[in-house]
Every structure is written in C-alpha cells, then in structure tokens.
Design a protein around this ligand. Structure first.
Ligand code: SAM
Length: 350
C-alpha cells in the first residue's frame, strides 16, 4: 500500500531518530524506507541444507498448500506472504529444523562471508544463532566454528537452535567477545561480527517496545563496545583472512565510525574490501556525515535500506593484510605457549 510522505512522516518514533533517518537516507529511497516501518513484512525463510534439499522442502510445503517464492539472488532463501507466518511456524519443517525463519539481510551477511567447508570460523556475537546455523550449512558441517555469546540465556537459545538444525561443528563459548582476539590471535579463516547494536532497523511502528530504549547515549555506548569487539575480531583472524562487520543499525556512529576507528588503529594492517551487492536497496557506506569524515574506503561498505521484504542492515568486509603477520605472529607465539589462555568450551546445556 502506498503512503504519502506526510503519512509516513507521522512515524511514532523519537523525533531525533526520524530526523537522522531523513538525513541518512538518500531522498529517492526515503519514502519507501519510512513506509517499511509500518507495513507487515513478507516472511523470509531459509532451507536448511543440512537436513533437506531445496527440492524436497518445496514439495513438502506445496503438499501443505503453503505459498512461497524463491529469492533469485540468494540460493537457500524463500519469501512467503505475511499472513503465512503463523502457518509456517507450525509446520513440521520449522519445528524439526528443515527451515529457519530469518531476515533476508541476515542471510545476505552469510552469503557475503562465504564460509567454505573445512575452514575455521569465529562467530563473535552468535546468539540466537541464525547466522551460525547458516554458516554451518554452507560449510556442509565440515570444519570448525567457534560461537561466542556473553549472555547465558541467549547461549542456551543458540545451543537449542544448533541442535534443531543438525549442526555438529560448533563449539560454544560463554565469553565476552572482546577477550577472544588476545586469547586466539591469527587463528581463524573468517570472522563474523554481527555486533550488538541499537537495533534501529528492527523498529516497528506498531510496537513501542521496539524503540523504547533508543537515545543518543545508547548509540554511543554501543559504538564503544563495537569498537572493542571489532578490534578483537581483527586480532583473531589470520593474516589474509576476512572479517565481516555488520549491524542492524542506521547510525553512522555504530557503522562507518567504528570501522574508521579500527582502520586508524590497524595502521595499514587491515583494508576494506569492496562489496558488490546488486540490489536496488543497497547503497555505499558513508564517507562523511554531519561534519565528520570517515576513511574514503568506507564507500566500499554497504548499507541495505529497509523494504517490505528485508530489514535495514550495514555490512563491511575487512581483510587483514599478510604484512600484519609480524606484529600479530609475535603475539601468537606468546599465547600459544600458554594454552590456558584459549577460551574454554562452554558446557552446552542438553
Ligand atoms: N548473529 C546472531 C544471529 O544471527 O542469530 C545475532 C547476534 S545479535 C545482533 C548480537 C549478540 O551479541 C546478542 O546475542 C548479544 O547478547 C551478544 N553480545 C553482546 N555483547 C557481547 C559481547 N561483549 N561479547 C559477545 N557477545 C555479545
């Protein structure tokens, strides 16, 4: 349903938030973006290829009379009309882990990370584990994933999701992700940092609880934590390896500014790798905003603007250079001499 700009402008969110959005979103995308906070989104889900093939799943859903369509740009993804959500969550396919209901932006992150069978992957902020399960499926349950989460209750959810999805290659760790880089430097082929954030892109105009805690102080707090987590991720990845940093926030303080900070800290040991996302709602990262300037390579990052099919998202791929090896290797030798510094495996609740 089309909505006039003034109607979309009556969003019940804090005035500062809406003003920032109007400043952040290019004018040609603004109306669609504002409208997306009202409308019911399509349900997106992913076939869990660890349990079933796409063909088998499609047959199963068709037999139940559930309508769905493939997402042409993402191999495992499907969309169903909003009214099908209830039906989908009650199917055996959902309850037995053959499908995982997940936002398309989240699936896109794993597609961009591109994990391969046999690799060693770190998921630094993992619960409830939608992306961890997707990573394991892409790896065909071959290799190793370390999944870190700091909140025990959320870790239990992660473990339950891993079990339901038939994932066998994950070790879970109850830990602050900011400590992991120092404990296991230069180790992982790829690191996913789906950072805790102000969740602005998850705001729902019909649910006041979704934006209740939003304020600029909270954004600054998130940004501080994100910088610590991203530095840890960069320390943990091997030279030549890849870190994918993402958030579901629109705030440049949580996105471009965080990456800009680590680029300065890394002094050439890390560079931004171009993301090529051929979607009409994908726009480049910002290189300046409200008088602040960010490293020019931030243009290679990607902002996914919200639509009726997917939430807003920010993604930036960082590659650790081989030249970073010396500094990091010196530390690695030190840590590898003291195995007690390795993160302990969390006793997974059964
Ligand atoms: N990647 C997850 C998925 O796809 O299901 C969602 C991750 S959510 C955006 C961020 C997670 O980071 C939350 O579960 C939060 O509890 C966790 N978190 C917050 N601070 C953390 C920290 N210091 N270290 C590790 N995890 C943290």
């Amino acid at each position: 349903m089309a909505m006039s700009d003034s109607a979309a402008g009556e969003l019940p969110f804090p005035t500062d938030f809406v003003a920032r959005l109007r400043d952040l979103i290019p004018p040609e995308h603004l109306q669609k973006c504002l409208e997306s906070f009202w409308g019911q989104r399509w349900v997106s889900f992913r076939v869990n290829t660890l349990k079933v093939t796409a063909q088998e799943l499609e047959k199963e859903l068709e037999a139940l009379g559930i309508s769905f369509q493939r997402v042409p740009w993402l191999p495992e993804a499907y969309l169903a009309p909003p009214e099908n959500r209830e039906t989908l969550v009650n199917t055996h396919a959902f309850l037995e882990g053959r499908i995982y209901i997940q936002d398309l932006s989240s699936m896109l992150a794993v597609h961009v990370l591109d994990p391969q069978p046999g690799e060693e992957i770190l998921d630094l902020a993992a619960a409830p584990g939608g992306k961890t399960c997707h990573v394991a499926a892409r790896m065909k349950n071959q290799g190793r994933i370390a999944a870190v989460e700091v909140i025990p209750q959320r870790l239990y959810k992660l473990v339950a999701n891993l079990e339901r999805s038939g994932v066998t290659i994950v070790k879970t760790y109850l830990a602050d992700g900011r400590t992991i880089g120092k404990k296991t430097p230069n180790r992982f082929d790829r690191v996913l940092l789906d950072a805790p954030c102000s969740s602005e892109a998850r705001f729902d105009a019909r649910d006041p609880a979704s934006w209740k805690h939003w304020n600029l102080r909270k954004i600054a707090e998130c940004a501080r934590k994100q910088k610590g987590l991203l530095l840890s991720a960069l320390e943990a990845v091997r030279p030549g390896g890849l870190v994918l940093y993402c958030t579901c926030s629109f705030a440049p303080e949580e996105n471009e500014a965080v990456v800009d900070h680590v680029l300065q800290q890394a002094q050439g040991g890390v560079f931004v790798e171009a993301l090529n996302i051929p979607l009409p709602n994908a726009i480049p990262g910002l290189t300046k905003w409200q008088g602040r300037e960010y490293h020019p390579s931030l243009e290679l990052a990607c902002r996914i603007l919200p639509t009726h099919e997917m939430h807003g998202f920010f993604m930036c791929c960082l590659r650790k250079t081989e030249e970073a090896t010396d500094t990091y290797r010196r530390r690695e030798r030190k840590w590898s001499r003291s195995p007690k510094h390795r993160p302990r495996e969390k006793d997974a609740p059964s």
